[in-house]
Design a protein around this ligand. Structure first.
Ligand code: NDP
Length: 254
């Protein structure tokens, strides 16, 4: 297989949760560039429609809320009807909470887990028959540095992203016989509207991050998108159960 073909996603249909913004949108662009049809999921219709317009004919929008877990089987069936079997599921939708652990209420912890973990599991379960049917299924979770080492004030988020590590390991074993690969990307610090705002009020934090990042810069959302495209491509056909840090080296050491 020649180099371009080994990265080709022709014939794939991908569902990307949180595909209307940030890392999910960059991932949708990358998968579409590889030749996949992309379905962008999220709660805000206008944002999804704007994203679809930016990507072009390969893209479509699906208004959905991953916390509505009871709706997932019917949603998956409707998407199967409209687009054929989904062969790539990117569980990217996520929310964060910055608070000391002792001030984090049980309801707040549950809220984070509901979106970042329970919603992703319900959707994965609902889409599983289609991943199997495709014969070339791939699930990618978007994890975080907060699953690789301790970061203060984000315990609920860190707990949720650490749970995804268990999901990657277990599901890669359970799904392997059906040639469904299950991996995660752990983004480092990425230049987004959210991080720009956070750094504006806390320049020391940005300095600390850059000083421990061997490449000395923040990442772009497209860096995450391309890594997901790789994991879903034939180039990664022997890669499953992996958690790939895409972080400029931030997680590698001292
Ligand atoms: P955004 O806030 O831009 O993206 C989050 C996306 O998730 C939005 O498109 C949002 O759309 C969607 N979403 C949130 N809740 C739900 C829900 N209940 N149902 C469906 N969709 C939902 O931030 P990022 O792009 O930065 O984050 C994307 C992922 O990357 C997250 O999982 C985050 O934890 C992870 N990450 C981000 C890093 C960064 O530096 N930015 C670093 C490490 C990990 P809508 O509100 O319309 O539903």
């Amino acid at each position: 297989m020649s180099a371009p073909h080994v990265f080709s996603l022709e014939g794939h249909t991908a569902l990307i949760t949180g595909g209307g913004s940030g890392i999910g949108l960059a991932t949708a662009h990358a998968l579409a560039a590889g030749g996949a049809k992309v379905i962008l999921g999220g709660r805000r219709e206008k944002e999804l429609n704007d994203a679809v317009a930016a990507i072009g004919a390969a893209a479509s929008a699906q208004v959905m809320d991953v916390t509505d877990t009871a709706a997932m089987p019917a949603l998956a069936a409707a998407l199967r009807e409209k687009h054929g079997p989904i062969s790539i599921l990117v569980n990217n939708a996520g929310i964060n909470l910055k608070k000391p652990f002792v001030d984090t209420a049980e309801s707040e912890l549950l809220g984070i887990l509901q979106t970042n973990v329970i919603g992703a599991m319900a959707l994965t379960r609902a889409v599983h028959p289609q991943l199997k049917e495709s014969g070339q299924g791939s699930v990618v979770f978007i994890s975080s540095m907060a699953a690789l080492f301790g970061i203060p004030w984000v315990s609920a988020y860190s707990i949720s992203k650490s749970a995804l590590t268990g999901a990657v390991r277990t599901l890669s074993l359970e799904f392997g016989a059906d040639n469904i690969r299950v991996n995660a990307v752990a983004p480092g610090w990425i230049d987004t509207a959210m991080s720009r705002k956070a750094f504006a009020s806390d320049p020391a934090r940005k300095e600390k991050i850059l000083s421990r990042t061997p490449l000395g810069v923040l990442g772009d959302t497209s860096d995450i998108g391309w890594s997901v495209a790789y994991l879903c491509s034939p180039a990664a056909k022997f890669v499953t159960g992996a958690i790939l840090p895409v972080d400029g080296g931030a997680s590698i050491g001292f």
